[in-house]
Design a protein around this ligand. Structure first.
Ligand code: 13P
Length: 249
């Protein structure tokens, strides 16, 4: 059985005051009725405060990115070790906004994934096609390339600890969600490609869907056999909406 994971990617939202309000709202709502794992990924500057508020709670902490380097002269970067010191357990890597605005390649995402896993963090590796790529009928080719490039050289043990997120770029922040059938088709395809790398890992790796997930569509998406959770952007910024998604599991 794969775990069900609902992760909130706050993106560049969340001052300390906003983080306190949002986390208090999530904590007051109590543990989910399902056995879903809840993760929040605030910006770097809010992680320490978030770690204090979430200590001993049912909500785990994730970061939105990290450096592939251990330490040194990398201005502006944050290392895995630094994240571990503020109780971070998960790290989103290769989000399409990083790929698009910071030119992150599969090779870089792969280096970051290796650094995260070596340090004991669980990477949530994001892949997904653009609208043009989908319209050109290239979805499978694109996501297979991203999957294989981002996971290249991971050991079977490292693969089994990783999480994958399929986020079609055209569905992110647009209000356009992939239909459950469309998302399931890609998730099933990704699992078959994972099986080509390691059969056992393919059955164990949770594949999350991301792209305009809301309380109203989460149930149908999460009901698909190969959709093991959600990576939520906008709706993770409101406690009621995020809890609504968690309770749709
Ligand atoms: P939205 O839920 O706002 O579409 O964002 C999805 C996303 O990018 C999560 O990483």
């Amino acid at each position: 059985m794969r775990p069900i994971i609902i992760a909130g990617n706050w993106k560049m939202n969340g001052t300390i005051a906003e983080t306190e309000t949002l986390l208090q709202g999530l904590l007051e709502a109590g543990a989910p009725s399902s056995n879903a794992t809840m993760i929040v990924c605030p910006p770097f500057t809010a992680l320490y405060r978030a770690s204090q508020l979430l200590e001993g709670s049912h909500i785990a902490l994730g970061a939105q990115d990290m450096s592939q380097h251990e330490k040194g002269a990398y201005t502006g970067e944050v290392s895995a070790e630094m994240l571990l010191t503020v109780s971070v357990r998960y790290v989103i890597l290769g989000h399409s906004e990083r790929r698009q605005y910071h030119a992150e390649s599969d090779q870089l995402v792969n280096a970051k994934a290796k650094a995260a896993l070596s340090a004991g963090l669980i990477p949530i590796i994001c892949i997904g096609e653009t609208l043009t790529e989908r319209e050109e009928g290239r979805t499978e080719e694109v996501v297979a390339g991203q999957l294989e490039g981002s996971l290249a050289g991971l050991t079977a043990d490292q693969l089994k600890k990783s999480i994958l997120a399929y986020e079609p770029v055209w569905a992110i922040g647009t209000g356009k969600t992939a239909t459950p059938d469309m998302a399931q088709a890609v998730h099933k395809f990704l699992r078959s490609r994972l099986a080509g790398i390691d059969k056992e890992a393919a059955t164990l790796i949770p594949i999350l869907y991301g792209g305009s997930v809301k309380p109203g569509n989460a149930g149908d998406l999460l009901g698909q056999p190969d959709i093991d959770g959600a990576l939520v952007g906008g709706a993770s910024l409101k406690a009621a909406d995020f809890c609504g998604i968690v309770n749709a599991v």
